[in-house]
Design a protein around this ligand. Structure first.
Ligand SMILES: [Fe+2]
Ligand SMILES: [Fe+2]
Length: 213
C-alpha cells in the first residue's frame, strides 16, 4: 500500500523512508564493527560514528513526522537484517574489509542528503537545508576517516579497481577542505538528481511544513 503523506514528492518520500531505516542498519553494523576492533581509540571512534548515525535517524524521523510520512515496515525489517549481518560479519572478515566497505557506504550516503535538499527546493521548501547539509557533511567526515585508516593498506588499490571507491574515487563531489556554505549546497551532487521527481500537481504552497500541519 502506498504511504499517505502531505509531501507530494514520491522520490523524496522514498528517500526519507529509506534513509530512516538504513541509518539504523549503519548503527547495527558499527556496533559489530566496534566490538570486533582491538585498538581502543579505533573502537571509541567507531562508537562515536554509531552515535552520529542514531542522531541522523532521529533527525530524519523529525522531518518525516512533519509531513506525516509513515515509517516503512518493509524497510525496517530489511535494513534490520542487513545491519545485523554486516555487524556480525565484521568478526569474520579481518580489519581491512569492514573499514573499506564502511567507507564506500558512507561515500554513497553523502549525496542522499544533498539530493534531498534539492528535492525539497523543487517544492519551494528550504526549512531543512541546514540539518540535511549537516548530515551530508557528517557522512563525508565518516568516509574520510575510514579512508585514512586504510590508505596505506596493500589491498586498497585492488579493491578500488573492483568496487570503484578508494583513494582516487569517491561517490560524491564534497571536498571538506573547500566546502560550499549551506546556501550553496545545491552545487553538490548535481549528477545524482536525474529529475525533480515531482508530479505536475505539486506546488510549494501545498507542501510547506506549515500547510502539512
Ligand atoms: Fe548517517
Ligand atoms: Fe555515516
Amino acid at each position: 500500500m502506498k504511504p499517505s503523506t502531505k509531501l507530494k514528492h514520491p522520490a523524496l518520500v522514498k528517500s526519507l523512508r529509506k534513509a530512516y531505516s538504513a541509518e539504523r542498519a549503519a548503527c547495527f553494523a558499527y556496533i559489530g564493527h566496534a566490538r570486533s576492533l582491538k585498538d581502543p581509540e579505533e573502537k571509541r571512534r567507531v562508537r562515536q560514528i554509531e552515535e552520529d548515525e542514531w542522531d541522523h535517524r532521529k533527525h530524519v524521523l523529525e522531518i518525516m513526522n512533519l509531513y506525516d510520512i509513515p515509517v516503512s515496515r518493509y524497510n525496517e525489517i530489511k535494513f534490520y537484517v542487513i545491519g545485523k549481518i554486516i555487524g556480525y560479519s565484521c568478526f569474520l572478515i579481518g580489519r581491512f574489509m569492514p573499514y573499506f566497505f564502511a567507507g564506500k557506504l558512507e561515500s554513497g550516503n553523502v549525496c542522499e542528503y544533498f539530493v534531498m535538499i534539492q528535492y525539497f527546493h523543487s517544492l519551494g521548501i528550504d526549512t531543512h537545508d541546514e540539518i540535511l547539509y549537516e548530515m551530508g557533511i557528517k557522512e563525508k567526515e565518516h568516509e574520510v576517516y575510514f579512508l585514512e585508516l586504510i590508505r596505506t593498506e596493500k589491498w586498497l588499490p585492488y579493491f578500488e579497481k573492483v568496487f570503484s571507491w578508494g583513494e582516487h574515487s569517491s561517490l560524491n563531489d564534497v571536498d571538506l577542505e573547500n566546502k560550499y556554505p549551506v546556501v550553496k549546497s545545491e552545487m553538490y551532487c548535481k549528477s545524482h538528481v536525474p529529475n525533480s521527481g515531482i508530479p505536475t500537481d505539486a506546488s510549494p504552497e501545498k507542501n510547506s511544513p506549515e500547510s502539512a500541519k
